[in-house]
Each structure stands twice: as C-alpha cells, then as structure tokens.
Design a protein around this ligand. Sequence first.
Ligand SMILES: [Zn+2]
Length: 464
Amino acid sequence: MQYSTNIKYVISHLSFHWESNDEVVSKFRFVQSNSVLPNIEEPVIIFPLCDEILETPVSINILEKEIPVLFSDSSKIKSIYSLNKYGQLIFNHDFITSSFYLLSGVAEQTVKRDQFDRFSYEDSLQYRLDCPDIPLVNYYFEAILQGVEAYCRFHSLSFKRKRLFERFGFFLSHDVDRVSFYRPKEVLYKIKQLSGMAPRSFGYGKTIKYLFKGVLKNIFLFSLKDPWWNFDDLIFLEKSLGIKSTWFFLHRDHKNLDSQYELTDKKIVNLIKRLTEAGFEAGLHGSYYSANNRNKIKYQFNLFEKIAGRQPVGNRQHFLRVTGIETFRNQESVGLIYDNTLSFAEHEGFRNGYCYPFKLYDLENDRELDLWEIPLTMMEVSPLNYRKVGLDGLYHSAFKLIEEIERFGGVFSLLWHNCRLMDDEYPGVSEFYPKLLKDIMSKSPQSVTGEQIIDIIQASNVIR
Ligand SMILES: [Zn+2]
C-alpha cells in the first residue's frame, strides 16, 4: 500500500516500539474524516485522519494519565479504539496527525521568533497546554499499540512490543563554550560588571575577588587553578560513576558570541584526543551563525575532522539556536549524523513530544531528512537561569522527566556546561552536580554517548 510521506514517517517511527508485523500493517487504512468507511465486515485497522487541529484538545486516558490529543472528530468518545465483532479495529481519534504535528515541527510553523531568531517556548503548544514534561507522542504511539495489540489478540496474530533501553538511556553532554576563567578579557569584563555596564554573574564582593585574582594571575603570573579548565575533575567524576559523556566543541567564529578558543589550539586538540581515548565522544558545537550559514558549519565540520582525525558524528548548535529547517538541511548536507539541539531554551522537557531519537522532517519539501535528532531533555540553564527554580527545582524536574522517559525506555539527555559548576555562581553546585549524576545512575540507566544511541536505534530498526 502506498502511504503519503507524512503517514510513512509516523509509521516508521512507530516501529521503534513494536516488532512491526507485515500482515498487520497490510490491514492499516488511513481514512479522511467524513469519507466512507470500508465494508464493516472487512477486518481492517482504521486510522481516521483530520485536517483541523482542535481548539481544545480532547483528553484521553492513556496509561492512566489524561493526555491531550490534538486531532479528533469524535471528541465525545473517550475510549482509544473500538473493536467490533468482525475484528475490525477503529481508532476513535487521530493519533497519526497528532504525532506528525509534533514530531515534524508543524507545531512550530510561526513567523514569531525570539531575539536570537529561535522559536519561543511561549509560542509553543506545550506552553499553552502546560505539558512540557509529557512526551505526548510516546503516549499517542502507546494508544495505537494498545489497539493493535487488541486486534492481534482477536485474530490470533503475534504481537511484540520493544523498547530502546531496558530502563532508560542516560545521555550526558557538555558544551565546551568557555575554558579560561582568568583570561585577560574575562578579567577586564569584571571591571565592566562592577561599573554596572554589564550584568554580574556573582555578587559584588565576589566579582571584586575574581578581578583581584585575575590581576594576580595575569600580571604577576600567580599559578591559580582555572575553574573553567576543570576537565580532569569531570573526567574523573564521570569515570568513577560509569558514565560516558559527549563533549561538543565550539570554534571561535564570532568574537563575542562564540568561544574564545580556536578548534586548532593545541590544548583543545589534546583535550579532544584525551577524551576520545578514554571512550568519551567529541562532537561539534556549531557556532552562533552556523545555524543559518552552510559555509560556516561546513568549515567547522572540516576543521574538526582535521584536528580530531575523524569526522564529527553529532552536533549541537550554540545557544540552542535553530533558525528553521535550514539549520538541519545544512547539517545533513555536510555529513553530520545527529543533532542534539531540540529543547526549549526557556524550559526543559519534550519540545517534539518524544523521548526517542527521531528523523528530522523538512516540511517545505515534504521529505524526511537523513539526520537524526536526539532530543535534548534538559539544559541546566533552563531551570537555573531562565526559570530560576534553583538546584532543588532542577533536581525535582529532572526526576519527573526521567519518570516519564523510564516508562517508555527512552533517552534522558542532559546538558551541563563545564563553565557552570562554580559555587559562587550557583551556591552548592559543586556538591549538587556529583550527587545528581550519582542519583541518576542509581536508577540503573544505560550511560551512552550520542554516537552509541544512533548505533542502538539503527540496530533496533534493522530487526523489524
Ligand atoms: Zn554553547
């Protein structure tokens, strides 16, 4: 049967969750609402398709949770499906279009952008429905599988679910934005902060302390440990907890917006070598303007290959800056395999409503890109700086998200910057961060790098 590209896209993602059975799939019928249903006695599986998104989603109980379903023309029916005496399965709501809407980014089709040319959380459906922490698409897929399972039971056909990770995957990553706390420019910036010309990261007294220390280090060449060159400590910590993380490196492209190092700096080259030799992954952190400039991402990709001796597999855009599908088209065209940018900067959670890797979709050309998205679940800056809920709030939110992810065997993807571990900036963070990692690991996830996740999902797909 020939499906439209949209339907094919959803069905291929559904197959991450069950051992797709060809005999069952051959019974799938996608029926526009208001059109004539197939013969009532024919044992087919009917997916109704709706064109219009509901103003108020219909609330359907899935896995004992009230889940907003975006497309439906039978809002009064509360059950997921009906199975009649002929063994015909009819879904009561349009889970297909609801899934496509979130996964493919239709939900983000707006001209409104924030000051960095990004899609804003406040313009999102999750904000409107107050559900950033619910992986809606995973629930929609669960609803479909509950129906398919009942159909298979009725017709004595085999049905088997599968999940990506036994418990969940823990994908820890670091954006290496800043590496030198005491470089002269940072020290001079403290003067600007003290004079009120720039926002302060620390209190007044602490800013004076660091200005003083910076002067000692730079003028009198005092040896002081640099709090942003903390890689030995982080590597040691992660190794001791059995964590393998991914580190994204940012080339200095724009003098103020990007890093203050070049990818070719000897100490960066050596750091990448050390990390990869220790089994960690090094990837690319596309610069601010690389988000909408193919030449820039191409240049940085090639430079990374030159210094690391291998092409980067994954990338995250600096500032989580995605200016539109062009960002991903460019990533695809230079040869990147996965992106790990898609979270709302202002709020952690499930921007595409999904806690599995998925293929990005080009709505303008109606085509699935050959580029994986491993959705970013939480950037530490979202709860700490945007939402200002403190370390306790971050902890609570992380475990709430993990609870959802664990339900589906998905990936919890956490970004923590190496430059955001100073107690003077976030009191208590130096003790909090190891404890957070330890508590996550005590839930027995599989610690994986981005590259390993792609290997795992591709292998899972071969089985079907
Ligand atoms: Zn960055």
